[in-house]
Design a protein around this ligand. Structure first.
Ligand SMILES: [Zn+2]
Length: 468
């Protein structure tokens, strides 16, 4: 069924439609975060190798489930993070799924001058002392000089690919659902030179083909930043001019390219992953507008890539929040009007009853020949006073109410220094914010959020499998 058939304007259907897709006004969003760096130590409370607050990974996963994001595809971007991701899949079976690959920013391990063993390497650590252990952040860092071209060590390269193959072949197939993250990133050449990145990408694509030949076809989780031509060329070199031998489809995640680039990738059958980094500028949002629903996937790329108030995409969150507030106010007013109507009806009924009683008393008195005592009937024919409404407790002044943020937070947000159980940490993006991605995309496209959610879900399951 076409996802376009599901919309907020369609009549409310309390049950699932014929193909099992929930629809109608009782629709609850469902999400798969296709790119979440959940193996990053930051989700254990570790920031730059320092424990800053208790391990709150369980809380992160729970908040994700609370918003309907029940499946997390955890990015493996190095040997270490790929193995850590597999451990998470063991810890959260049926919720966490993983990828395994070497990120372009982690590809310096292919070079002769790289000293540490590739298995020991922590993600995109460019530091000799390994002081950085986080997954590669999204976005260029102009302060850092580009890495010089280094010689690729052929023997090392063979060993890396053999080890990666072994990792993939020995991982539980219900946990490891894709190869990657792999690709090119010419915005962050300080981690690894362009030539080495191309080598690492080409070698991993060859591995993809070899694994498919050996009966293990896997979809791909790809990264392409500021490198479109080389990226497409390497893909075509391996899988043919129409990517006709690509085993099982692929997603180019965290897409920030141009409209023309998006069109080319979509025409090649690739999917595009949208996160907060894809919603930064007016141009970014123009690209999102043209992404076809049958090519869309959504992600948070946490702990990175949150949608920020300075981003163009934020405006759509404000709009959606305003609309939600207006709708809530409308509902409140309708409720008040209904209550007032009920009170009015009660008043009328009471007045009628009192008048009838008075008439009956007068008739009885006349029949008995006794004058009335001039006393009034209890209510004097007037309706009883309506019960006093309770004053709302807002310190007696509406204007003193704390101003609600333009885009309300679903969960409490605190600084990491003030960490508390159940709260999100400021600046640490996590999968529960995926609803903001879907909301912004829906706003940009002018379609109900249900359409975005259902399309992204269907595409993800189609490429990555049923994730069970
Ligand atoms: Zn990436």
């Amino acid at each position: 069924m076409s996802s376009a058939a599901i919309s907020a304007s369609s009549p409310a259907l309390p049950s699932a439609s014929s193909d099992g897709v929930p629809s109608g006004s009782d629709y609850k969003p469902r999400y798969i975060d296709i790119g979440i760096n959940l193996a990053d130590p930051i989700f254990r409370g570790r920031y730059h190798r320092k424990q800053r607050h208790p391990d709150d990974l369980e809380g992160v996963v729970q908040r994700s489930r609370d918003v309907g994001c029940t499946k997390l595809i955890v990015t493996g971007s190095s040997f270490k993070s790929s193995r850590d991701a597999l451990k998470l899949a063991e810890q959260f079976p049926g919720t966490v799924f993983t990828t395994a690959g070497i990120h372009p920013c982690s590809s310096a391990i292919f070079e002769r001058k790289h000293k540490r063993h590739h298995e020991a390497d922590d993600a995109a650590s460019g530091d000799e002392d390994g002081a950085e252990e986080h997954t590669p952040a999204c976005g260029p860092d102009p302060t850092k000089p580009h890495a010089e071209d280094g010689d690729v060590d052929v023997a090392k390269s063979k060993q890396i690919i053999a080890d990666l193959r072994k990792l993939v072949e020995t991982a539980p197939s219900n946990a490891l659902v894709a190869l990657g993250e792999m690709g090119l990133d010419y915005d962050r050449l300080h981690y690894c030179s362009a030539s080495t990145q191309r080598h690492a990408f080409a070698e991993q694509l060859k591995l993809v083909a070899n694994l498919a030949e050996a009966g293990k076809p896997l979809p791909l989780f790809l990264h392409s930043r500021a490198c479109h031509e080389d990226f497409v060329r390497l893909m075509k070199d391996q899988f043919g001019p129409r990517l006709e031998t690509l085993p099982r489809g692929a997603v180019v995640h965290s897409f920030t390219g141009s409209i023309a680039e998006a069109e080319e990738l979509m025409d090649l059958g690739l999917h595009l992953g949208i996160n907060g980094c894809s919603l930064k500028t007016v141009e970014n949002c123009d690209v999102v507008k043209v992404i076809r629903l049958d090519r869309l996937m959504i992600e948070t790329d946490g702990p990175w890539c949150e949608v920020r108030p300075t981003h163009e995409g934020w405006k759509y969150l404000v709009k959606a929040a305003d609309a939600a507030r207006a709708k809530a106010q409308e509902a409140e007013e309708a409720q008040k009007a209904a209550e007032e109507a009920a009170r009015e009806a009660a008043r009328e009924a009471a007045a009628k009853e009192a008048a009838e009683k008075a008439a009956a008393a007068a008739a009885a008195a006349a029949a008995a020949g006794t004058p009335t005592d001039g006393g009034e009937p209890a209510s004097n024919g007037r309706p009883p006073r309506p019960p006093r409404q309770k004053k709302q407790n807002n310190n007696g002044n509406n204007n003193q109410k704390k101003k609600e943020p333009a885009v309300p937070d679903r969960f409490k947000v605190v600084k990491k220094e003030k960490w508390e159980e159940g709260a999100m940490v400021k600046g640490r993006n996590e999968p529960c914010t995926i609803e903001r991605i879907a909301t912004a995309i829906a706003g940009i496209k002018g379609i109900p959020v249900e359409e975005v959610c259902e399309a992204a879900w269907a595409n993800t399951v189609k490429v990555f499998g049923s994730l069970e």
